[in-house]
Structure formats: C-alpha cells, structure tokens
Design a protein around this ligand. Structure first.
Ligand code: EPZ
Length: 416
C-alpha cells in the first residue's frame, strides 16, 4: 500500500493549476448514457474514481475513448444496464447510473452502494423520486431493480437536500413524458454544471442552482461537447495548505464564485484573498485565528471542506467549534490529528478544537478522501516527518497531489 511522507515546516509558495471537478465529472459522465450519440468531455480529471466509472460504463457497453483530459463516450448500444456490487462497492457514486439507465433503457439493476466510512449514505430519496415518476422499484439481494417503461413528469419534494439524488432525478426527468419539478433540490455548482451539460445535449432544464428545478422531458438527447468545471474542493484544499504554512499561492483555473463560504472563513482566519477571472491568490498571516464553522448544503460551508479546516484550527490562535450537520460520522480525522498532538474533543456532531503552538510529525492513517486531505495539511505544518498510510483514499479525489504540493515547495514523497 502506498504511503505519503511529508516533512513539515515549509511555507508553500508558487502557482499550481486546479483540475476538473470530481463531483461534476462523475454525474456528467453518467449523463452520456442518456444519448445514442457520442458526447465529448474536456477538463476531465485523472482520478481513480473517474477511472472506476469509465470501467463501469465500458462494462455496460459504452465505447470509451480517452486522450488525457478529454473523454468521448458513445452509448449508442447499452448491452447491460447493470452496475454490479464489485463496481459499486469501490465507488458509491456509481449509483448515478440509476436515473440515466431508467430513462434511456426503461430498466436498471444497480447494486446498493452500501455505507462508507463517513456514514450510512442511503439512496432512499433516489428511489422515492423514480417511483414518483412511475418507475417500479424493488430492492432485493442488495440490488435496486428499476422497471420504468414510461417515466412520467411529476412534482417531487426530497425529504432532505441530496446532491446525487437531485442529479439522478434531474437526469431521469430529461426523457420523461411531461414536466418534472424537483423541490428542495441541491444547489451545488456541480448540479449546475450537470444541467448545463444536459441542456447542451438538448434537455430542457431551468432552475439549476436554485431549490426548485424544472425539467420538460424530450424524446431524445443528442451529442455535445462539455468542459467540466474546476474542482472547488481541490481549490479549497490547496488554499488551506497555503494558509496553514503561512504561505502565498496562486491557483490557476479556479472558479472563486463557487467557494464564497470557504473564502469568507479563510479571511476570518486572517488570510488575504484576491480573486481573478479564473485564478485565486492567497497570502497567509504568520499564524491563523481559530474559526468556528458549521457545515450545511450549498451555498453554506461545504462538508467536504470540514476536515481540512479542522487541521487549520489545530494550530490556530484560540479555540473553535466545528459542527458537522450532513454526515453522521465525519470526524475520523480527529483521532489521527490527535496523534500529531492536536487538542480536539468530540461530542456527537460537534468538535471543540483548542489551537496548539505546534504539531509533531507521526504516522497516521487515512480513512476517507477528505480526512486524508486533512492529514496532509497537518503534515505540512507539523514538525518533523509525518507518514500517511492508506493514501489510496487521496488518489480517488486529488490529481497528482504530491506533484502539485512539491511545485509549491513542500517536502513530500510517495513510498510503497
Ligand atoms: C455528494 O454525496 C458528494 N459526492 C459528497 O462528496 C458530498 O460530501 C455530499 O454530496 C454532500 O455535499 C458526489 O457528488 C459524488 P447527499 P451524496 O446525497 O450525494 C442523506 C467527496 O468527498 N441522504 O447530498 O452521496 C445522506 O445520508 C464526497 O467528494 C439520505 O438520507 O450526498 C447525507 O446525510 C463525499 N437519503 C445527506 O442526505 C438519500 O437518498 C446528504 O447526502 C440521499 C441522501
């Protein structure tokens, strides 16, 4: 198993490019299932999760052509509208094939994703929405079986805001008869990017980015070319890495408008931030001020940035309270940060962090994607060497991480 060795204490300085967004690429690649014509995507990040999804689509009969960051998918023939447990257990986002397969093939058999480290993560809202559109859904032997010869437009109100739930239902609605209204919809920028791609393919979607999305069904979608939006969580992660090391960085290809809640918190912590049309600059103070935060659906503070900010608070001036309201078990990085000397007390979905003067390098273990990013950030500022084990979690969501960090001056290397 690969591990990352980081020697802390270096101020990160310089410029790195931001890659395409993982959480936009995953639903958008699935959208290709909705068309019998080829669809081309650019700025597709080279991530493990993207590779996994492309293998799943290929298994279904989709022709996949990949040239660096450009991917062309041809779903003219879908031989097998099935996503097996073997595929889905490694990447729960595979559930995003459910809506498109139901709409395009009239049937689908997709393994239940099962939980993951951060929570149970059920898909009941995805199922409820498809049933509302007239699909017959049975869950047996760990698989979701969908029979949907004619999806019909209807009004759906999800019980809670769900990002992939909104995305699955929006994709299914594109080919349904009549209009579908999705209320309590997720407003994440990745939902908007998906809607823009679907509309380029001939869909009729309005309201993406707001909590009511309207979709007027059409008989078929055609081919298109779509550029994946920049990854706002990768951007936020590098901003945190620069902030915690007292650094000064410029991230190119970043989309600052999708990061307002994160930028506000970094400024509160003492950073200077400058936005350019497609770049963002950060200059960090000598020491950060501890900041409280509470995660919530977009446009509030993103849960995917909570672990990274906890690492900042560990060495900041003062104490902070962090509330995680989206997932039931997203504090696993806390015990690993404590191994580096952090002072954190967990009480349910609240973490109290007391800033300390310094952290000390140690061996720690990554448990999930963003927890791993938190440990990298802590390792960059800890004294001495930090070894992060099980970094396959990192490779799922961060492209060329050690290369980009090294370009900013970090002393980091991968070892098997
Ligand atoms: C998406 O996951 C992201 N993944 C996650 O990013 C992100 O953390 C999450 O949204 C929240 O922003 C992708 O986009 C591929 P949800 P998703 O459905 O859609 C509950 C990362 O690090 N819920 O918005 O699975 C659920 O349990 C990943 O890149 C139900 O109860 O999250 C959670 O508590 C991690 N029933 C809450 O809603 C459902 O049917 C929000 O989940 C659906 C969700």
């Amino acid at each position: 198993m690969d591990k990352l060795l980081i020697t802390g204490g270096v101020r990160l300085e310089g410029e790195v490019p931001i890659s395409g967004a993982k959480n936009a690429a995953l639903p958008i690649l699935c959208a290709a299932l909705l068309s019998a014509e080829p669809v081309t995507f650019t700025n597709v990040p080279r991530l493990k999760d993207v590779g996994t999804l492309l293998r799943l689509l290929e298994q279904m009969g989709v022709k996949v052509e990949r040239d660096g960051e450009t991917v062309t998918l041809d779903a003219a023939q879908i031989a097998e509208p099935v996503a097996t447990y073997e595929m889905v257990k490694t990447m729960r986002a595979s559930v995003l094939v459910l809506g498109p397969l139901a709409a395009r093939c009239g049937e689908a058999r997709v393994s239940l994703p099962g939980g993951c480290a951060i929570g149970a993560r059920p898909v009941d809202q995805h199922i409820k929405g498809l049933e509302a559109m007239g699909a017959e859904v049975k869950v047996e032997h760990g698989y979701v079986h969908v029979k949907a010869p004619h999806l019909k437009g209807t009004r759906i109100v999800t019980d809670m805001v769900t990002v992939t739930g909104t995305e699955n239902l929006m994709m299914a609605a594109c080919l349904a008869d009549g209009e579908t209204i999705i209320e309590n919809a997720a407003r994440e920028p990745e939902v908007v990017d998906l809607a823009n791609c679907l509309n380029a393919m001939g869909a009729k979607i309005t309201g993406a980015g707001f909590d009511v999305i309207r979709v007027v069904g059409v008989p078929a979608l055609h081919g298109a070319t779509h550029r994946i939006m920049p990854d706002r969580i990768e951007t936020g992660t590098y901003l945190c890495a620069a902030a915690v090391t007292g650094g000064k960085v410029r991230l190119t290809g970043a989309l600052t408008s999708s990061l307002d809640a994160v930028i506000v918190k970094l400024i509160e912590a003492g950073c200077q931030i400058q936005s350019e049309p497609d770049a963002i600059r950060l200059v960090a103070p000598p020491r950060l001020t501890a900041i409280d935060l509470r995660t919530a659906p977009y446009p509030a503070f993103p849960t995917d940035m909570q672990a990274q900010f906890m690492a900042l608070d560990c060495v900041a001036e003062g104490s902070a309270m962090i509330r995680e309201t989206i997932f039931e078990n997203r504090f696993m990085h806390a015990v690993e940060l404590q191994r580096l000397g952090a002072e954190i007390r967990i009480d349910g979905n609240t973490a109290m962090v007391q800033g300390v003067e310094k952290l000390e390098g140690a061996t720690v273990m990554a448990t999930d994607l963003r927890a791993s990013a938190s440990l990298v950030i802590a390792g960059l500022v800890a004294e001495g060497e930090t070894t992060i084990e099980r970094i396959y979690h990192l490779d799922r969501g961060y492209e060329r991480l050690e290369e980009k960090l090294s370009a900013l001056g970090a002393r980091v290397r991968r070892a098997s």
